[in-house]
Structure formats: C-alpha cells, structure tokens
Design a protein around this ligand. Structure first.
Ligand code: NAD
Ligand code: IPM
Ligand code: MG
Length: 370
C-alpha cells in the first residue's frame, strides 16, 4: 500500500527517538512491500525559534493531508519562561485539537523481563495489562483561561457529546477485552465529573449492556494503580486525569521511555507519540529510550494504516529485543550493559529483517508480546 506519513520530531529527545521509529517504519515498508513516504516539519520550541509559532500553518496542513502523524516530543528549559507569549506545548495542544484527535489510547503492559527491575513487587506486575483511554481535546486544557493581576483562571468544560464519544470508544474496546470499564472522575467535587459519570452510566447501560462499568474517584484510582494494577482492564477518563495517571502507570512498565500512544479522531489522520516529554536532562546524550516511539509507530501501522500483521511484527521485534537485553540506561542496573538509542533502533530493525518468529506468529494488538 501507499501511505504518506508526517514526521514531527520536535525538541530535546524528540528527534533522537523519532528517527528510530521512522527507520523501523522504513524497514517495514521494505520488508512488506509498502510505499511509505515521509515528510518532516517543525513543531514546538524549534518552530518558535524558526518562525515564532509552535504550530506553523504548513505543519498543520502537512498533517491534515497525511495518512498519519508521527510525533516526537516538545518543550524544554529554553522556552519555559512563564511570561513567554508562546510556549511549545501550545503547538501540541493546537495540533491535537486541529486534527480532532479526541481519543488517546495509552496501553500499559509490562514486559516480563523488566518486571524484576521495577520499583513495585513483581507479583503485582505480572498480570498487568491495561489501557487508558484519555479524552484529549476537552477539559481544563482547552477551557477559557485568564490572568489579571493576582488572579489566574483555568476553566474545565465538558459537554455530553464529548463524554459520549469517548465512552463509546472505551466501552467498545472493553467489549473486545475482559469487558470491564473503569471510569475515573472527581464526581464528589467537580460538576464536569458529575456530568461525565451520568453520561458514562447512560451510554454503557443503553449501548453496552455486556460491559461492566464502575466509577472510581481519581485520587483513589491513583492509589489503586500502584496497589492492585492488575485489577484494571480499560480505564476511561478526562484529559488532565489521564495525563497524570499515565505518567504514574509508566512506573508499572519500568520507564517513561516505554509507553506509546495513539490519538484518534472519527476520521482523518491519527497522531502517534510516546507519552513522555522532551527529557531535557538527557537530551543530546544519545541515551534516550526509543521503545515508546517505536511502539507508537506500531500503533500507527495498526490504527491508521490497518496493517495489523506489520504492527504485530514491530511489537514482536520490540519484545524480542527487550528479551535479549537491548536496553537503554533507564532500564539497566549496570550502566556498562546499556545500549545507545541508535543501537536499540539498529537491533529492532535487524530483528524485523531476520527474525522469522517476529514476522510469522499471529496475535492481537496492544503492547508487548513474544
Ligand atoms: N508529548 C510531549 O511532547 C510532552 C510530554 C510530556 C512533557 N513534555 C514537555 O517535556 C519537557 C520536560 O518535561 P518533564 O521533564 O516533566 O517530562 P519528561 O517526560 O520529558 O521526563 C521525565 C523523566 O523521564 C525521563 N524520560 C522521559 N522520556 C525518556 C526516554 N525516552 N528515555 C529515558 N528516559 C526518559 C526523563 O529523563 C526525565 O527524568 C517539558 O517542557 C514538558 O512540557 C512534552
Ligand atoms: C506536553 C503536554 C501538553 C502533554 C499533555 O499534558 O497532554 C504531555 O504531558 C502528554 O502527556 O502528552
Ligand atoms: Mg503527560
């Protein structure tokens, strides 16, 4: 098949990990006989430096006319002045909104070989296999904001329609899995959460009677995620809660550098990005973990290009590489045994061409498998 992929590397480690994800997609194109074309554009801090706008019009246009968008990360200390008129993060938020990608899928499934190194007890992690569906284009991120003298305001808004569509996505996914959906809110305090809860209740009751829905308050959910992470199947939540809970969930997997994401709209290109940021503390050192970016590329193959077999092959190559110990420094105890970002990318590409087991077994998507 032919596909056009927009690549937005961004800032900090964004370009370092994105180049590895792009190489993997190129390798998939070669091995499976697809014609993928790639076009790069600036977003975030680098775009501010270039033209004063974190999401230049040509970048958004490129994304809109592509089949999918591979995104690195944005931001960094250079653009962090709280009084700056524009910020890199605004570029990412405008991109999400501009593409209408309201459904952010963040799977969390620890690789068995990394469980012993995680800060949580191995027995808590062994059966963890959860997916967070984060609402991505509403809530406090996009509500009215103001700042006057000593007072700042951020407004959190949700409409019934916005809640219905994200709950439908989450419930459909739960139906294909264990049929359990946990809706996370703060309904004891927030009006938006009460609307969220009532809407989720109605949608699931009317349209997904086979799905078991429960509601958990976000503060308790944060605790349960560490205390009994294997309890969860599909979690659906609003924008900011989903942001915070998924950084927490990355601890279950072992590193921020492992969690991928897909952001989808009703139609139009999907946006694929690791959940981590630009990691200024390690940028430029060549040691960033590229697995989150590479796994995001696998999600791109599966969700935007409908290439399940190819997505499976990439996920198996990742799982195999991890199993062999192809790990960056965030995942090894002994630094001398770590690989660079590029070496990990090399190994995944090699496995994609040589590992017949990676290419042949069939399985269903989301997260690690081998
Ligand atoms: N999607 C995005 O572009 C995105 C996401 C989160 C944060 N940010 C931005 O990134 C900047 C830095 O934010 P932060 O430090 O709070 O979060 P961060 O995710 O960049 O880093 C948090 C910690 O995780 C580590 N880490 C992250 N990704 C890693 C990887 N691939 N390999 C190994 N270690 C990794 C970092 O070294 C750091 O110690 C900020 O400007 C923030 O706004 C951007
Ligand atoms: C950089 C920031 C705007 C972004 C968010 O909060 O959505 C990030 O933390 C993420 O998780 O993708
Ligand atoms: Mg985040």
């Amino acid at each position: 098949m032919k596909a056009k992929i927009a690549v937005l590397p961004g800032d900090g480690i964004g370009p370092e990990v994105t180049v590895q994800a792009r190489r993997v997609l190129e390798m998939v194109g070669e091995n499976f006989d697809h014609e993928f074309s790639f076009e790069e554009a600036h977003v975030g801090g680098i775009a501010i430096d270039e033209c004063g706008d974190p999401l230049p019009e040509q970048t958004l246009n490129l994304c809109r006319e592509s089949d999918a968008v591979l995104f690195g990360a944005i931001g960094g200390p250079k653009w962090d002045d709280p009084n700056a008129p524009v910020r890199p993060e605004q570029g990412l938020l405008r991109l999400r909104r501009g593409l209408g990608v309201f459904a952010n899928i963040r799977p969390v499934k620890p690789h068995p070989d990394l469980i012993d190194q995680a800060p949580l007890k191995p027995e808590l992690l062994r059966d963890v296999d959860l997916i967070v569906i984060r609402e991505l284009t509403g809530g406090i991120y996009f509500g009215h904001k103001s700042r006057e003298n000593d007072v700042a305001v951020d407004t959190c808004t949700y409409s019934v329609g916005e809640v219905e569509r994200i709950v439908r996505i989450a419930a459909s996914l739960a139906r294909e899995r264990e049929g359990r959906l946990t809706s996370v809110d703060k309904a004891n305090v927030l009006e938006t959460s009460r609307l969220w809860r009532a809407t989720a209740e109605r949608v699931v009751h009317d349209e997904f009677p086979d799905v078991k829905l429960e509601h958990v308050l976000v503060d308790a959910a944060a605790m349960h995620l560490l205390q009994k992470p294997d309890y969860f199947d599909v979690i659906v939540t609003e924008n900011m809660f989903g942001d915070i809970l998924t950084d927490e969930a990355s601890v279950l997997a072992g590193s921020m550098g492992l969690l991928p994401s897909a952001s989808l709209s009703d139609d139009g290109p999907g946006l694929y990005e690791p959940i981590h940021g630009s990691a200024p503390d390690i940028a430029g050192l060549g040691i960033a973990n590229p697995y989150a970016a590479i796994s995001s590329a696998a999600m791109l193959l599966r969700h935007s290009l409908k290439l399940d077999e190819e997505a499976d092959a990439v996920e198996r190559a990742v799982a195999r590489a991890v199993h062999e110990g192809a790990l960056t420094v965030d995942l090894v105890r002994d630094e001398r045994k770590s690989m660079t970002t590029a070496e990990v990318g090399d190994r995944v590409c090699e496995l994609l061409s040589t590992c017949t087991a990676c290419l042949s077994m069939s399985s269903r998507g989301f997260g690690y498998r081998f």
